[in-house]
Write a protein that binds this ligand. Structure first.
Ligand SMILES: *Cc1c(COP(=O)(O)O)cnc(C)c1O
Length: 456
């Protein structure tokens, strides 16, 4: 720990190191360094306990779509906390916020996805989907149709079922996952794996691995295919345009349900309300979370279309599933206020229009940087591939993503590193001037990284 830190910061770091088990953290390393303590935030900026300001190019964990410090959301939450701080939705009960939110969501989701189950996190939404789809096929008299196919480098959360759906290799061995009944196929990462191939052909080839897997397992054994419209935590993978139409054709042909994990793509991130709109996907169900409340409250949902919806709504047996906090009044009230801000300020239109276009234009300018092999993006999502050799796409040895991320932090920017891919996902409220600042800081961090690697 640096001696320059205030006593208050040091006390927090000591408490934290002694007692706080963090998500996705190497604790030995953390204890040696001391955690960064974030104390407040406003707009697109975070402030730590030493008063250092950082531009949050990740909107937290891809979630703070309306930016920090929004009074509208705080006030809606406070009002609900005063009127009805809690009541459950079990046993034929509801609350006004959950009822209004489910109706509101039905106006935003793709055609037919009009019924919602509420949970508290993206993981729980996907986990609930797994139970829902098993129940669905059981009710259909098809108990054999149970295996779920998802993709390598997919991220669907951390519960036993959600981590089994996920295809990031480091997530499996510690907990002896995946569980039985989950299979993983290739993912459409053209820059990393497509070589000299035409992206359109590569998209078709990777989509075909779904059909191969279905035929290998037997279509009568496959319940669903689960995928993010754009893979987020797995490295911001934007599929070639041939990919999604072919995937949908295959799912239909083999009667495999399509579940879109919209936890990142939902709520404007790709320039439309949902990634399914942007990529013209008609899923049977979707998971949503993150941007649903802009991270101000823990809330998620599974949206189901008519196929599953009719069966679940008309089942004469009770669905034995649900969380104490499913449809929590405070979380639902905050989600409604969040959606209202997004509508009033036309944030989805801006992300699909001028803000997104300006972001993508600035992102593309990074391609001239000596370290950058490719940039790609959609809406307010952006990826920067760090390479040693632009022609062969050869990578540096070692963790350059973390190296670059650390230079970003020092320069006052939060940009995430995934392998050697840097990713950006700023609040949808970000201004052009703030985007100018973001990319200035990104270039500075890339320069510092290049210097450390001996390239500049
Ligand atoms: C973050 C994320 C999840 C998991 O959400 P949690 O709220 O962390 O459980 C699931 N799917 C995707 C695509 C995500 O990005």
């Amino acid at each position: 720990m640096s001696p320059a830190l205030s006593n208050q910061t040091k006390r927090w770091q000591e408490m934290d190191a002694a007692h706080h088990l963090h998500p996705f953290t190497t604790h030995k390393e953390l204890a040696a360094k001391g955690a960064r303590v974030i104390t407040h935030a406003e707009g697109v900026y975070l402030y730590d306990s030493e008063g250092k300001r950082m531009l949050d190019g990740m909107a937290g964990l891809w979630c703070v779509n309306v930016g920090y410090g929004r009074k509208e959301l705080a006030e809606a939450g406070a009002k609900a906390l005063t009127e009805l701080p809690y009541y459950n939705n079990f046993f034929q009960t509801t609350n006004p916020y959950a009822a209004e939110l489910s109706e509101k969501l039905s106006t935003l989701t793709p055609q037919g996805l009009d019924r919602f189950f509420f949970a508290n996190s993206g993981s729980e939404a996907n986990d609930s989907f797994v139970k829902m789809v098993r129940f669905f096929w059981n009710l259909q008299g098809r108990p054999e149709k149970k295996t779920i196919i998802s993709r390598k480098q997919g991220y669907h959360g951390v519960t036993m079922a959600a981590a089994s759906l996920s295809g990031i290799p480091s997530m499996h061995p510690q907990a002896d996952l995946p569980l039985p009944g989950f299979a993983h196929i290739d993912y459409p990462y053209w820059y990393g794996q497509g070589g000299d191939s035409d992206p359109r052909e590569f998209g078709l080839k990777i989509a075909k691995s779904l059909e191969d897997k279905i035929l290998e397992l037997g279509a009568d054994k496959v319940a669903a295919f689960v995928a993010e419209p754009v893979q987020g935590a797995g490295g911001l993978i934007i599929p070639p345009e041939t990919y999604w139409p072919e995937i949908q054709r295959i799912c239909k042909k083999h009667d495999v349900l399509l579940h879109a994990d919209e936890v990142i793509c939902g709520f404007g991130r790709t320039g439309n309300w949902f990634g399914s709109h942007t990529f013209d996907i008609a899923p049977d169900s979707m998971a949503m979370a993150k941007g649903m409340t802009s991270g101000y409250q823990a809330l998620s949902a599974v949206a189901v279309g008519p196929r599953m919806g009719e069966v679940l709504f008309n089942a004469s047996e009770e669905w034995s599933h649900g969380f104490t906090y499913s449809g929590h009044p405070v979380a639902c009230a905050v989600a409604l206020a969040n959606i209202e801000v997004m509508e009033t300020e036309k944030l989805v239109e801006k992300c699909g229009g001028e803000t997104g276009a300006y972001f993508q234009k600035k992102l593309a300018t990074l391609q001239t940087h000596p370290l950058v092999g490719e940039t790609r993006g959609v809406g307010l999502l952006g990826a920067i591939e760090i390479v040693k050799d632009k022609k062969t796409r050869e990578r540096f040895d070692g963790d350059v993503g973390t190296m670059c991320r650390n230079h970003c932090f020092e320069s006052g920017l939060v940009m995430r590193g995934i392998g050697s891919t840097m990713v950006l996902s700023p609040p949808l409220t970000i201004s052009h001037a703030e985007l100018d600042e973001l990319f200035e800081l990104a270039v500075k961090a890339l320069d510092l990284t290049a210097r450390e690697l001996g390239v500049l």
